[in-house]
Design a protein around this ligand. Structure first.
Ligand code: PDD
Length: 286
């Protein structure tokens, strides 16, 4: 039986409920995190908790419990579900109150939901061997994409468009044709000179926890890095492209809008970064 954690209680998933007046449901007034589980351990959990703290702070949503308690329960939920390879989803909303755009007065208790899911792997053998396809679409989101908000409608539509085009992900572009990020991942390329390029983490993208770790690893490996936007055209002609997220780690991108990236095969730097991420962040033995 799969267990969820809702507002202080471990419950069978089928009995886990939040109110119809929850502000997450009514207004998407909430934040979330997705954390990978490898070998029964939470991957990059401090980075995810730091980002959660930031998202909550930016929206002035209170912690439903202390940060150490939240981390402890996340681990306990994973343990109780006996999941060794999977994902933890955590949602915190401003809470339940009669529908009114303004923040509830007095403040209500934030809603906390945690669920765990088993996954087979973070990228299938085929995806790793052949790379994945992305399409490009206009970025129609709000201007505070740095907040990991549960308001994900543009990403839902974008991902569906990708699926219908036979692609894995949609890379969104700004008015200048520069790639912002994927619907649920960050976007990267490698230049002819072997320089790793990814967009700066300002208000226009989510600062991926995986992105941060990969940048640190690149630094440790002595890989030259440029933090700057890149265009779809530059990505198409780059020798390597990849995406990153907690659900995929570094995953090669070998087709953009139906055109091959470089030789159309996954690149060596992508492979190396993924490998070192698995070994040093996930604790997977080589
Ligand atoms: N998405 N950009 C966006 C818009 C995202 O939704 C995500 C993650 C990322 C990568 O962040 P991280 O490396 O911290 O996972 C970038 C999660 C996985 C999701 O919504 O399922």
């Amino acid at each position: 039986m799969t267990l969820a954690f809702v507002n202080g209680r471990y419950l069978p998933l089928s009995q886990a409920r939040v109110s119809v007046e929850d502000r997450g449901f009514q207004f998407a007034d909430g934040v979330y995190e997705v954390v990978a589980i490898v070998g029964g351990r939470l991957v990059d959990v401090d980075g995810h908790m730091d980002r959660l703290a930031r998202s909550l702070g930016e929206l002035r949503i209170a912690w439903p419990m202390s940060r150490p308690a939240l981390s402890l329960i996340m681990g306990e939920l994973v343990r109780r579900n006996g999941v060794t390879t999977g994902l933890v989803y955590l949602q915190i909303t401003r809470g339940t109150a009669p529908r009114d755009f303004r923040f509830p007065v007095p403040p209500v208790r934030p809603t906390l939901v945690m669920t765990v899911r088993r996954v087979a792997r973070f990228g299938s053998p085929t995806q790793l061997a052949d790379g994945v396809a992305v399409i490009t679409i206009p970025d129609i989101r709000w201007l505070r994409r740095d907040i990991k908000s549960v308001s994900l409608l543009p990403q839902v539509l974008g991902k569906q468009q990708a699926v219908e085009a036979g692609a894995f992900e949609a890379w969104m572009t700004d008015a200048d044709g520069l790639v912002t990020e994927g619907c649920s991942s960050n976007a990267w390329i490698v230049t002819d000179a072997g320089v790793l390029v990814t967009r700066p983490a300002d208000h226009l993208i989510l600062d991926g926890v995986t992105r941060r770790s990969l940048l640190r690893i690149a630094g440790e490996l002595g890989v030259a890095t440029e933090i700057r936007p890149f265009s779809v055209a530059e990505a198409r002609s780059a020798p390597e492209a990849f995406l990153s997220s907690a659900t995929t780690f570094a995953l090669p991108v070998t087709r953009i809008d139906g055109q091959p990236v470089g030789t159309g095969r996954p690149g060596n730097l992508t492979r190396r970064l993924r490998q070192v991420y698995l070994e040093t962040v996930c604790g997977v033995r080589p």
